[in-house]
Write a protein that binds this ligand. Sequence first.
Ligand code: MRU
Length: 364
Amino acid sequence: MQYLQRTIWYTANQTIEVLDQRYLPHQINIIELSSTAQVITAIKDMIVRGAPLIGATAAFGVYFACQETQHQTNKEEYFNQQIENLKNSRPTAVNLFWAINKQLNAISVTKDWYTKTKIAWQTALQIVEDDVKICKQIGEHGLLLLEELARKKKEKKINILTHCNAGRLGCIEWGTATAPIYLAHKQGLQVHVWVDETRPRNQGASLTAWELQQAGIPHTVIADNTGGHLMQHHQVDICIVGTDRATCQGDIANKIGTYLKALAAKDNGIPFYVALPSTSIDWNIKNGLTEIPIEERTPDEVRYITGWNGKKIEKVLLTPADSPALNIGFDVTPARLITGLITERGICQANEESMLALFPEAKK
Ligand code: MRU
């Protein structure tokens, strides 16, 4: 039952296996990936998704690219093309670029492709193990916030709102936004999670609800537009979301709709936290609105909806057949709407000074 713990693992043949997230929670399909092309398809088609998991999968993509390059005549040309294709698989999550660059740096110590392959395998495994540790640390820091809320509420239930899936399915284990929730639940705090369904692909309704349900954590799935009403009626104590890319000034990009929740939280005086590993911080950019590349996906993800019809998974048309649709994948929440960032090194404010105090090595 390895898949219940981790989202990606390796086989005896040095290939990897992932949970196919397109069919969750209705079908548990495991897919083996053994080439750069398969890794690229897995990321593009969202078989794997979520910033840290995209990064880890891409790291194995570089490993496969090294392995394939050993058998090519034009080695440099082949390898560079594979890396380019990997980089083009999804644009917003900076973890993808972070993992590829980490791999390129690691393998640059040798010119021998066999040795590069060995190094890339070890580096990919390290990225996976580090992510598990980092997410647990995010959980431990975030737990302090939930404990404080529990004290303030005199041990009554804490209502947390989250958007999309910044859970263990978007990472390797634990998750980012969900890690403090898992630890709080384990510790006996009464937590309840409002799960935004997260149209168009419904990562909240399908993935976050599934992982919380598996962990026995009380939760309620809500339509995306419900959060504001719940906040006005004092039914949300804290919002915790993840991010695909944070700038050095603390703006963050996350699944489309996050910004509206942050606005509603601000209007209602509700703390809005973003949980993130430092691998999701892009220290090279400042302004999220102008500098973060925002993914646009096929309009069909808006026009159709996929679900379980009692017998099998089915895709049905929601809109008039010819209605155009627009599918913007992410939006940017400006730092001024964010109460704090929960990182593996602690909680900081969403501004450069506070972020650099936790990560001084990022100073230029
Ligand atoms: O399009 P997705 O499903 O990859 O988007 C995922 C998110 O927006 C998550 O909130 C983000 O990657 C953080 S995952 C820990």
